[in-house]
Design a protein around this ligand. Structure first.
Ligand code: URA
Length: 432
């Protein structure tokens, strides 16, 4: 078999066979296929797409390129959630705790942030002592005992994806549905969960900017999952403005704990309860989403969800006193307000640019490996649809440098105030 023939076939819009996809993945892993040929196939795939069969085969071959976790020692139906990434998206943190409180094991393998999107692992590391790297055996023991753990990938999960993703990043082939879907699902299938709820973000702060593209991605993800026997569904949620009010690592842990205490922003609660309801249904603890939602609401009001979060922090070496004293997490030196320049209604707050502002303050990485400042970020005082008077604060900038004129300029350019605003729904569609 020759790689050039495989590229030629895809370039001409033909379906690749399983042996051809296997040849490609093997060549990527053992480095017998040079990066320029891999890149050519990625670009051909970007333009010519893949059939459902090709997408499923590519996913499985990428999954088989590395380790696969065996979670069979944990009793019950294990349920995980994956998000395609957003700004202020701290959902995994309260969600894992509230679902675990209903008795469902939640073995969550999360990622770090890159660019404008935040990562759950970075947020959790704002809790002093919290360890995201634990062994597979300790992970299994913790989920069996406490019903939840949130960790980074153990072992060598889908190494083919790591290589392909790095090339996609530099060849402008990231936003391709077959490539995103196979990348996400190869890792999720390898992580050993029985069921998965996927939060596909749509809007300015998401990979998929239009609803049509988000629906197509959600359908591709669910089809691949179901194809390999995973219980799987997707929720399409809004990412046109940041989720909740707080963006930044310590700040997002505070907001997550607020939600577990029954407080916190309405949009965060709504998304958590929606995703959680489907997780509870897939986990077999409720027959329908309405009943599941009640179980989750009870888990919050009884304090059981907060108790699960406390247990997870303790099990992973963190200081659980942060739950009652947020000042134990890193705190920024300066809090600087951004006053509105005119009166009106907030029409738009571009999520990706707020994420970039937080990154520029030190809360995110400009490149892989950068050290983070957990204390910095943005706290919105107004969200889309809120009235604002000239001079009133739109948001607070948490910074460790006194001069944030660059951040202020960026934020002013990306927050629009008008006569009226069209409020977008939090949940657009559910794909089963
Ligand atoms: N997340 C992934 O893991 N892969 C992609 O391709 C996009 C988002």
């Amino acid at each position: 078999m020759r790689m050039v023939d495989i590229i030629d076939k895809k370039r001409n819009g033909q379906e690749l066979t399983s042996p051809e996809i296997q040849f490609f993945i093997d060549g990527v892993c053992n480095q017998t296929i040079p990066d320029y040929q891999t890149s050519a196939l990625l670009m051909a795939t970007y333009f010519e797409d893949m059939t459902d069969q090709e997408r499923a085969t590519l996913t499985m071959k990428m999954m088989e390129s590395g380790d696969r976790l065996d979670l069979s020692q944990i009793p019950g139906i294990k349920v995980d959630k994956h998000s395609t990434g957003g700004v202020g998206d701290k959902i995994s943190i309260p969600l894992a705790a509230v679902v675990a409180a209903t008795g469902i094991p939640v073995p969550m393998i999360s990622g770090r942030g890159l660019g404008h999107t935040g990562g759950t692992l970075d947020k959790l590391e704002a809790i002093p002592g919290y360890q995201v790297e634990i062994s597979e055996q300790d992970f299994i023991k913790q989920v069996a005992k406490e019903k939840l753990a949130i960790i980074g990938a153990t072992g060598d999960i889908a190494p083919a994806d790591k290589k392909i993703y790095a090339l996609r990043d530099v060849t402008d082939t990231v936003d391709s549905i077959p490539l995103i879907a196979s990348s996400i699902m190869s890792k999720k299938i390898a992580s050993g969960t029985d069921a998965l709820v996927i939060d596909v973000k749509t809007g300015s702060g998401a990979f998929m900017k239009t609803l049509d593209d988000s629906v197509a991605l959600a359908k591709a993800l669910v089809a691949i999952g179901k194809g390999v026997g995973l219980k799987c569904m997707a929720v399409i949620s809004d990412m046109n403005q940041p989720l909740g009010y707080k963006v930044g690592n310590s700040l997002e842990i505070e907001e997550s704990i607020d939600v577990l205490k029954g407080k916190g922003p309405e949009d965060v609660k709504e998304l958590m309860l929606t995703l959680g309801s489907y997780m509870v249904v897939l986990g077999g603890k409720a027959a329908d989403a309405k009943t599941a939602r009640k179980l989750l609401e009870e888990a919050i009001s009884s304090g059981k969800a907060l108790d699960r979060f406390r247990a997870m922090i303790k099990a992973q070496g963190g200081d659980e006193r942060v739950i009652d004293d947020y000042s134990l997490m890193p705190q920024a030196k300066y809090k600087i307000e951004l006053p509105a320049k005119q009166s009106g209604v907030v029409e738009e707050i571009k999520a990706d640019e707020v994420g970039i502002a937080s990154m520029m303050l030190g809360g995110g990485r400009q490149k892989a490996g950068d050290q983070l400042d957990y204390s910095v970020g943005i706290e919105l005082k107004k969200k889309v649809g809120d009235e604002v008077k000239a001079g009133e604060s739109l948001l607070t900038i948490y910074s460790n440098r006194p001069n944030v004129d660059d951040i202020k300029d960026l934020l002013y350019q990306n927050i629009a105030i008008a006569d009226h605003a069209d409020k977008k729904p939090m949940i657009y569609q559910v794909i089963e």
